[in-house]
Design a protein around this ligand. Sequence first.
Ligand code: G16
Length: 547
Amino acid sequence: IRGHFPHKEIEHYSSLHPKARHLQFSYGTAGFRTLGVVLDSVLFRVGVLAALRSKKLDGKTVGVMITASHNPEEDNGVKLVDPRGEMLEAAWEAHATNLANASNEDFSDVLYDFVRDSRIDMSKPSRVVYARDTRPTGESLVKALEDGLKAIGAEGRDAGITTTPVLHYLVRAINTKGTKEEYGEDSEDGYFQKMSEAFRKLVSGRPRIPPLVIDCANGVGAPIAKKLAEYLGETLPFVLYNTDTTTPGGLNNNCGADYVKTQQKPPPSLNGVLQKGQRACSLDGDADRLMYYFIDERNYFLMLDGDKIATLVAAFIVDLVRLAGLAEQVKVGVVQTAYANGASTKYLADKLPVRCTPTGVKHLHHAAEQFNIGVYFEANGHGTVLFSPSTLEKLEKHEPSTPAQSTALRHLNNLTQLVNQTVGDALSDMLLVEVVLAHKAYSAIEWNSLYTDLPNRLVKVHVPNRNAFKTEDAERRLVSPRGLQKKIDDLCKRYDGGRSFVRPSGTEDVVRVYAEAVLRSQADELAFRVAGMVYDEAGGDPHRRPK
Ligand code: G16
């Protein structure tokens, strides 16, 4: 090993954060996620790992976010953020899992072997910036993380209570400071400044935007949205709901983006609030997901989910690229997952290349990087737009030959500033949606009418062991348990437009079942029949079979 391995410090601090023998942890879709009260040892070890990751990357700043996002309040979690603000490199996820599961006696040795095998130079500097959401377990988990940093002697920067997207922004801003790729000032203020300035430019000269209702899920999105309102002033009036971050049990409870998406209805707290046609949106517990919706003339609830956002945004960007005279040089593509509504994929595929990846921002993000401009969204409202470095350069240098080209180019350049390109960001995405609606002079009704969603249903199935379910083909097919996929295929054939798939969740202890069909009743029936098959196959208790 190069440099000094701090055996003593590691043993000392590790003894303050012992791992319970019977617990096993795994770095899943979005890091470690489980009950907050059992995560102390994990946070300590993640602190150690983040510090080592920074050393490995020559002292660049690495991020740590403590959140369980859309999960219930008693859950918590932690994920690592790489220097450009993107998710941790996949190869290190396995290291994270290994370290989290090492026994107390072995931890120091396992760590030593890891440092040696990964050729980490212990004499390098180490910097970590971290933040947490509003969960009650967050405060003590931060302390455990800080002990991990101390054990390695890393320099820590506490970004306090903020959203996941702000933390990702900070990581990129810190690491690009003073370089050609400077991302913005490395503070919350810098984040708001950058976004709100771009927004003002993009909507200037457009008619006044009618007020938007925002459901903050009783989470950290509430204080951050409040601050954003100060920066936006009258340019985007909004009314905040579900902003109570102190009453126990409120977080994501009967509110938030996940509630709206899975229940397919507005949070009860908005009953009687929404006027017909008025735009409303829900954030999730760490404000990285966004779900729009409205009530129509007949009092029906209509949801504008991640697919609707992707189509709206992608079509707008394609138009701008064409108007700027760059259609030949800048190719726009869209990335979705198996959860994308079949109607959205059909609508998009007529206009653009569309790719499908497994669930998880990290997968979509990497696929989107393959395009000059990659628009990625999960149906659950998680997504963003990526402009490749060469595209950014083109947009900056391109000489427009007409006033119309010049305007389109200016809009595109402002979009690169408006969008949080590090990760899905509910507030930045919200501003993006509002820009497109303002430019197109669309109401929610017109936006919704771009295409009609196939009725769909998402069901959670509680099974004894979700790891028995394994998938292939971007999670669209099951390979295990054997034979189950064939049964699902046979069943789907009996429904008009029937499609269904099954996958284990990476953030909750459940198996997820998705189904869609031409008729609402059929989509529901298909979902529950597949859920029943999953339950039986997994040996679930017959009395608790999904209904
Ligand atoms: C996380 C991931 C998302 C994923 C979601 C659900 O979101 O970042 O990419 O769609 O979990 O994943 P799964 O179906 O595997 O449970 P969040 O908002 O909870 O961080």
